[in-house]
Design a protein around this ligand. Structure first.
Ligand code: IPM
Ligand code: MG
Length: 371
């Protein structure tokens, strides 16, 4: 398959983790005889510094004419701590999602046997958790009208949803549930919010087309608690933009590190793949950032284009790295493996899966040389 991939490394640890997933995709192209071409562009704080715009037109054009976008991370503390800043890195990501029509953000959460003890939650509670969060991505309070009163004493963010916006992502979530354990939980705040009541009504109506899927409902406050108390009760979760943002960070605790969580943002014409974590500025350039969330996002890219065997090869290589303790310090405190080393190990497992150098036993004995 021939594919053009736009690479937007962004800010903070974005460039170092994205480099690893590009290597992994190159290894896949080589092993499975595909032709992937990569072109980089700037976004976020990096783009504000250079062009005064967090999403320069050239970047947007490149994304529109590519088959897929691989996104790193966005954000910089100099803007986080300045509520007066009119231009912010995050605006680049939000505009990109809107312009590309990426209305559904899919965030899988699962546990790895080897990492059960890494989570602050009890292993017996989280073992076997396997959730797919469908977060609406281009509507709601993120994109409603915003204003601050002239006297600066009040501010407004409007939350709006239309039936059409709800239906298009709900269809995707129901279809995903049909292929999984056939359960869909709509998370909302229908006891308080008008928009949530519209979600409930619309999704309930739609459920008639998906009779094999069991639909249930949870208020967001209860869902946040249930996620920690009993995450194995969930299969597919469907929710609006802001609830999905919050709930997915919370859910990352189950897996042991936010550095493991990947996502796919899809629309009718475009698709973008991005880790759910932020730019982690404290770690920039230190080689401690976990590249796995980005690498698993690349696996979701492969899945999206029906390269199932290829995506499986990536996930298998990731599992070998986790099982062999070839991990960054977020999941292995004593690890001496850097972002780049973990990336190289995963790459090597894809290029040459039978190689004895990457034999698990040697790795755990510390005898392995990755380069
Ligand atoms: C995410 C991030 C973004 C969001 C930020 C960086 C704007 O937190 O992708 O989850 O809130 O959507
Ligand atoms: Mg977030």
């Amino acid at each position: 398959m021939k594919m053009k991939i736009a690479v937007l490394p962004g800010d903070g640890i974005g460039p170092e983790i994205t480099q690893q997933s590009v290597k992994v995709l190159q290894a896949i192209a080589e092993r499975f005889d595909h032709e992937f071409s990569f072109e980089e562009a700037i976004v976020g704080a990096a783009a504000i510094d250079l062009m005064g715009n967090p999403l320069p037109e050239a970047t947007l054009d490149l994304c529109k004419k590519s088959d897929a976008v691989l996104f790193g991370a966005i954000g910089d503390p100099k803007y986080d701590n300045d509520p007066e800043a009119k231009i912010r890195p995050e605006q680049g990501l939000l505009r990109l999602r809107k312009e590309l029509g990426l209305f559904a953000n899919i965030r899988p959460v699962k546990t790895y046997q080897k990492l059960l003890d890494q989570s602050p939650l009890r292993p017996e509670r989280i073992a076997g958790a396997d959730i797919e969060i469908f977060r609406e991505l281009t509507g709601g309070i993120y994109f409603g009208e915003k204003s601050t009163a002239e006297d600066g004493k009040s501010a407004t963010d409007v939350c709006t949803y239309s039936v059409e916006e709800i239906e298009r992502i709900a269809h995707l979530a129901f279809k995903a549930a049909q292929k999984r354990r056939k359960k869909l939980t709509l998370v909302d705040k229908a006891n308080v919010l008008e928009t949530s009541r519209l979600w409930r009504k619309t999704v309930t109506n739609l459920s008639k087309e998906y009779k094999d899927v069991e639909l249930d409902f949870l208020f967001i406050d209860n869902a946040a608690m249930q996620m920690i108390l009993n995450p194995t009760q969930f299969d597919v979760i469907l929710t609006e933009n802001m609830f999905g943002d919050i709930l997915s960070d919370e859910a990352s605790v189950i897996g042991g590190s936010i550095g493991l969580l990947a996502s796919a943002s899809v629309g009718n014409e475009n698709a973008m793949f991005e880790p759910i974590h932020g730019s982690y500025p404290q770690a920039t350039g230190k080689g401690i950032a976990n590249p796995i969330a980005s690498i698993l996002s690349a696996a979701m890219l492969l899945d999206h284009f029906n390269m199932t065997e290829e995506a499986e090869a990536v996930r298998k290589a990731v599992e070998i790295s986790i099982n062999s303790n070839v991990c960054t310090p977020d999941i292995n405190k004593n690890s001496e493996y850097s972002t780049k080393k973990v990336g190289e190990f995963i790459e090597l497992n894809i290029t040459d899966p039978d190689n004895h150098i990457v034999n698990n036993e040697n790795v755990s004995l510390g005898q392995m040389t990755i380069i």
